[in-house]
Ligand binder design. Structure first.
Ligand SMILES: *[C@@H]1O[C@H](CO)[C@@H](O)[C@H](O)[C@H]1NC(C)=O
Ligand SMILES: *[C@@H]1O[C@H](CO)[C@@H](O)[C@H](O)[C@H]1NC(C)=O
Ligand SMILES: *[C@@H]1O[C@H](CO)[C@@H](O)[C@H](O)[C@H]1NC(C)=O
Ligand SMILES: *[C@@H]1O[C@H](CO)[C@@H](O)[C@H](O)[C@H]1NC(C)=O
Ligand SMILES: *[C@@H]1O[C@H](CO)[C@@H](O)[C@H](O)[C@H]1NC(C)=O
Ligand SMILES: *[C@@H]1O[C@H](CO)[C@@H](O)[C@H](O)[C@H]1NC(C)=O
Ligand SMILES: *[C@@H]1O[C@H](CO)[C@@H](O)[C@H](O)[C@H]1NC(C)=O
Ligand SMILES: *[C@@H]1O[C@H](CO)[C@@H](O)[C@H](O)[C@H]1NC(C)=O
Ligand SMILES: *[C@@H]1O[C@H](CO)[C@@H](O)[C@H](O)[C@H]1NC(C)=O
Ligand SMILES: *[C@@H]1O[C@H](CO)[C@@H](O)[C@H](O)[C@H]1NC(C)=O
Length: 431
């Protein structure tokens, strides 16, 4: 009926060349944010000469039909703007302001709190008296949309299994929380970290599904997302983050797991020697062997056991460091490293070859020499020159001569026999 009247008025004024009242409705901003209050519905009108506004109302669509939710009065009418019965749901959430003029002003509805039901279509209707009598004019329709910010997930992602995770296990991570309105989603990020806690690899999983249900109370969405990762050695100490992405933008809203403990069997067993020389002289100083390994749990000191390859029945000792104090015989030294978890024990070994040669520091003796005569220019009683000769002289037989210029008898520590050399062929000469 109102529309009909407007048409009549338009036709009327068109005929005499005068425009009629204009009515607008505006929402600022047009998007309400749940829980916030910056939103204002403004119904404004401008009359032309001869028109006199008598009242205004804001209407909202209720059950498919526009119904008046608030009534406004002009200054001449000493009444405060009020909510109607249909607008009762807005009680205590809006402030209504009457226009102050009947010719060109606005009726205001200021929201102090936005709720889901405020997402609606709104219209303004102005009642006025004109040359054709009392009538109404409607504004266009404004749509108010309501969005809800997502929230930080309330708890860390849970994962199953939660403890005793082994390399190769599939672990399922689950994250839940308010993903906002319109419905956002969760993205996942795995941070692989070294033992220092420094991130060495970052992998994001964007395409994981987030299933969400709308929370009736506040029309935001409660989302759930799961990520399954097969745990590798490098995932030990990793952190898995569940992050909210809202309107496709990752938000600073996330929770992450504690560092994940991924058990793995001992590996990368390495043995090093110190001093690191390829060949040791018989009787040389102690050789220190060090065994290192990787594993989680790491190999404790007593988890290292040493053997000689020539006799793996009898362990030489335990500990990450083994010292060969009696350097007499070439052999390989095996380090067996062991760790255990979840009731299983794991072993891994490696060895190092220790080459020991019967050789002595000789003053300018070439290997082809079989016999050497020498004099000690300054003989003292403690100076000992030892000459070994072998009767079975082939080019490969080496006669070794050494001097101990500054030794007492007890400092001759090396005793050796050359297989083909009878003891009578050994000369021990003192000059
Ligand atoms: C209008 O509202 C004001 C403030 O809330 C109040 O003081 C005044 O009495 C009200 N007037 C009428 C006519 O209800
Ligand atoms: C307002 O929203 C309704 C329902 O979603 C839609 O049919 C209509 O076209 C919208 N109007 C405007 C002006 O956006
Ligand atoms: C750990 O940090 C220390 C000091 O910053 C550094 O020297 C070392 O290389 C780091 N270790 C690893 C495995 O990155
Ligand atoms: C994710 O959702 C899509 C579409 O609903 C579905 O086709 C797909 O199987 C889902 N993927 C997973 C891992 O659940
Ligand atoms: C919506 O409801 C959920 C569940 O009650 C709550 O966690 C969330 O904070 C609410 N969001 C808003 C914007 O009120
Ligand atoms: C070292 O490892 C090999 C291969 O696993 C194994 O056969 C051998 O028995 C191990 N040696 C010792 C001493 O444990
Ligand atoms: C012999 O000894 C001298 C002095 O120590 C040295 O300079 C020279 O290189 C040596 N010769 C050989 C063949 O070892
Ligand atoms: C010989 O030895 C004596 C005593 O050890 C020393 O005093 C002297 O200087 C030495 N002579 C030579 C030529 O080395
Ligand atoms: C002789 O041996 C002694 C004891 O081992 C040592 O203190 C001294 O420095 C040595 N002298 C020489 C010349 O090597
Ligand atoms: C001498 O050496 C040769 C070759 O090394 C060996 O065959 C032979 O038996 C040796 N002779 C003696 C008497 O040891």
């Amino acid at each position: 009926m109102g529309t009909k009247n407007i048409h009549v008025v338009i036709v009327l004024f068109s005929l005499i060349g005068i425009e009629t009242i204009s009515v607008q409705i505006q929402a600022t901003p047009s998007e309400g944010i749940l829980g916030q209050n910056s939103l204002q519905l403004r119904c404004s009108y401008t009359t032309v000469t001869g028109e006199f506004v008598t009242g205004a109302s804001i209407q909202a669509k209720i059950n498919g039909q526009f119904k008046t939710i608030a009534t406004f009065y002009i200054p001449l009418v000493p009444l405060n703007a009020t909510l109607t019965t249909d607008g009762n749901y807005l009680t205590d959430r809006v402030t209504l302001t009457n226009p102050t003029s009947s010719s060109s002003d606005s009726a205001l509805m200021q929201f102090s709190q936005i709720e889901c039901e405020d997402e609606n279509e709104y219209m303004c209707q102005v009642a006025y008296a004109g040359s054709s009598g009392s009538t109404t004019s409607n504004s266009g329709v404004v749509n108010l949309s309501v969005t809800g910010y997502p929230e930080q997930p309330k708890s860390k992602p849970v994962h199953i299994p939660s403890t005793g995770i082994e390399e190769g296990n599939n672990v399922v991570f689950t994250c839940t929380g308010n993903v906002g309105k319109p419905q956002g989603k969760f993205r996942w990020v795995r941070y692989r970290r070294n033992s220092n806690g420094t991130t060495i690899e970052e992998t994001s999983y964007e395409s994981q599904n987030t299933t969400a249900i709308e929370i009736p109370a506040n029309c935001t969405f409660h989302g759930t997302s799961q990520l399954t990762l097969k745990m590798e050695q490098l995932d030990n100490n990793a952190i898995v983050r569940c992050q909210v992405a809202y309107q496709d933008i990752p938000q600073e809203l996330y929770q992450q797991t504690n560092p994940i403990n991924v058990h793995y069997s001992v590996r990368n067993v390495e043995v090093t020697k110190s001093p690191n020389t390829p060949i040791f002289n018989e009787g040389a100083g102690p050789i220190s062997l060090t065994c290192t390994s990787d594993g989680n749990p790491f190999v404790i000191n007593t988890g290292y056991t040493w053997y000689k390859e020539s006799n793996t029945d009898v362990p030489l000792g335990t500990g990450a460091i083994y010292v060969i104090s009696n350097v007499v015989k070439t052999d390989s030294y095996i380090c067996v490293a062991q760790n255990s978890f979840n009731g299983q024990t794991f072993n891994m070994n490696n060895s190092i070859h220790i080459q020991i040669e019967i050789s002595f520091t000789t003053p300018n003796i070439s290997s082809t020499q079989t016999e050497t005569d020498f004099t000690t220019p300054n003989t003292s009683s403690t100076n000992i020159a030892t000459v070994f000769t072998t009767p079975n002289t082939s080019s490969t037989n080496i006669a070794t001569v050494f001097t101990t210029p500054n030794t007492s008898i007890t400092n001759i520590e090396t005793v050796f026999t050359t297989p083909n050399t009878p003891s009578t062929n050994t000369d021990l000469g003192t000059h």
